[in-house]
Ligand binder design. Structure first.
Ligand code: PLP
Length: 351
């Protein structure tokens, strides 16, 4: 191992050592007091999303595999959040960074990548980000990180302070410390794989529910068993939903996949702003819809317990879209009846 690699690993460990854990925020549901709901707030990482954990793991994996060396250009295919976090770590290590992203990626994320000294390479068709990244890596003799392949294996799923480990530790003194369900979306699929493997390893009864937006293949893939599903274009919720079944999506550790209408995801973040007092990203809205479905299910079975989900990133990244009433209107989304439905559910417990 070169001195440079040793220094690079040390810099990442030191960054981790300076960081604090993210909060687990309870959200009591007045209409369903027998079920406790918690949000793991991943928006408070230095780069604003759960992808901070993934980027750290991918850099350590690449360094310890001998794939990332002094001067390597780092290239990544991303819908944005991973690229922001990888730009941060590239700057920490003094490496050039290029993000290959769909041109629909929010301006806020493109600006954040530039802030950390990275460059954005935008493509028309979201399905081409993989090949374009490979091509660029070859041309520049760089390293294609390939989060969609390596997310599930770069993360230490047994523990070591991964997202599952910290949630279960933070739940220890709650009325129902072992959640009935963990709800998350799938972009790479890495987060759901970590949760699913962790609960098996810990021999816990907790189930994992993946919420999938419109125009994504994970729902169909889970229900048909096919890994060859494809769809055209991007999903309407940045960070989750993919046009192909990503290699990091591990269906065998997932218990349920729920499809979520985009309008329900957008309405959910407007509703959550009322009860959390803050803005969350679109995929947090998708998570909340899944939570409502599961609370409804548990109540109809007369069960009490707890549910944990994630605030994946901050809503301020989407002020021009999901939070913008003109954008919603121009794209044909009428959220008002959905917001009303969430309010009723929250106050009366009826889903
Ligand atoms: C990546 C991402 C997810 C999904 O996480 P994966 O581990 O990639 O499946 C959810 N929300 C946001 C905002 C993301 O960036």
């Amino acid at each position: 191992m070169t001195d440079w690699v040793a220094q690079a690993v040390r810099k990442i460990e030191a960054d981790f050592n300076r960081s604090s854990d993210t909060h687990l925020i309870p959200l009591p549901i007045p209409g369903a007091p027998e079920i406790q709901l918690y949000f793991k707030d991943e928006s408070t990482h230095p780069t604003g999303s759960l992808k901070h954990r993934l980027a750290r793991s991918l850099f350590l994996y690449g360094l310890c595999n001998g794939w990332i060396r002094e001067g390597s250009t780092i290239i990544e295919a991303s819908s944005g959040s991973t690229a922001v976090s990888e730009a941060y770590f590239s700057r920490l290590l003094g490496l050039p960074f290029i993000a290959v992203m769909p041109k629909s990626t929010s301006q806020e994320k493109i600006r954040a990548i530039e802030f950390y000294g990275g460059r954005s390479h935008l493509v028309d068709d979201p399905a081409t980000i993989y090949d374009e990244s490979k091509r660029l890596a070859q041309e520049l003799n760089g390293h294609y990180m390939d989060q969609f392949t390596y997310a599930e294996r770069a993360t230490d799923w047994r523990g070591n302070n991964n997202i599952a480990d910290t949630i279960f530790t933070q739940m220890a003194y709650e009325p129902n410390p072992v959640p009935d369900w963990i709800v998350c979306g799938a972009g790479t699929g890495g987060t759901s794989a970590t949760f699913g493997r962790y609960v098996r390893y810990q021999k816990l009864p907790t189930k994992v529910c993946v919420v999938d937006p419109e125009n994504s293949v994970f729902y169909d893939s889970f229900h048909t068993g096919s890994m060859d599903c494809r769809c055209e274009g991007g999903s309407g919720v940045e960070g989750i939903g993919r046009p192909r079944v990503e290699p990091s999506f591990i269906p065998t550790v997932i218990d349920s996949v729920i499809r979520v209408p985009n309008v329900a995801s957008y309405a959910a973040i407007h509703f959550l702003e009322e009860v959390l007092g803050r803005r969350c990203g679109g995929s947090t809205g998708t998570n909340f819809y899944g939570v409502c479905e599961l609370v409804g299910q548990m109540r109809s079975q007369g069960r009490s317990g707890s549910i944990v989900t994630l605030i994946c990133d901050d809503g301020n990244r989407y002020l021009g879209s999901y939070y913008n009433h003109d954008w919603l209107k121009a794209n044909g989304f009428d959220i008002s009846s959905w917001v009303e439905r969430y309010r009723r559910f929250f106050n009366e417990g009826q889903w």
